[in-house]
Design a protein. Structure first.
Length: 104
């Protein structure tokens, strides 16, 4: 008689998102925005991902994304202070400038 081979189920992994990726704990840790950034996103400590969502909501609400080059963000008075006095920045540079205004 042949032996029947039974495979064990793989152990369940930690909570995963819909895409199957595990959330990075560093992004979920609440950070406190500076006074300049708090004018835009609020003063309560929130995760870095939420800061980015609120920042983009502000940019879209005020029409600050360049019409031709969507990667370019045109700063208004509040954003100019956060961007270190620059009137326009690339959206990838924006995250680096904003991170200077966050503390853990």
């Amino acid at each position: 008689m042949a032996k029947k081979i039974v495979k064990k189920a793989a152990p369940k992994k930690a909570a995963a998102t819909k895409s199957g990726r595990k959330p990075n704990a560093a992004f979920m840790k609440p950070v406190t925005p500076s006074a300049l950034l708090a004018e835009i996103v609020g003063a309560k400590p929130v995760p870095r991902t939420e800061i980015t969502k609120r920042l983009w909501a502000y940019i879209k609400k005020n029409g600050l994304q360049d019409k031709k080059n969507k990667r370019q963000i045109n700063a208004d008075g509040k954003l100019k202070a956060v961007f270190g006095g620059k009137s326009a920045v690339n959206m990838f540079v924006m995250t680096a400038l904003v991170s200077k205004h966050l503390k853990a």
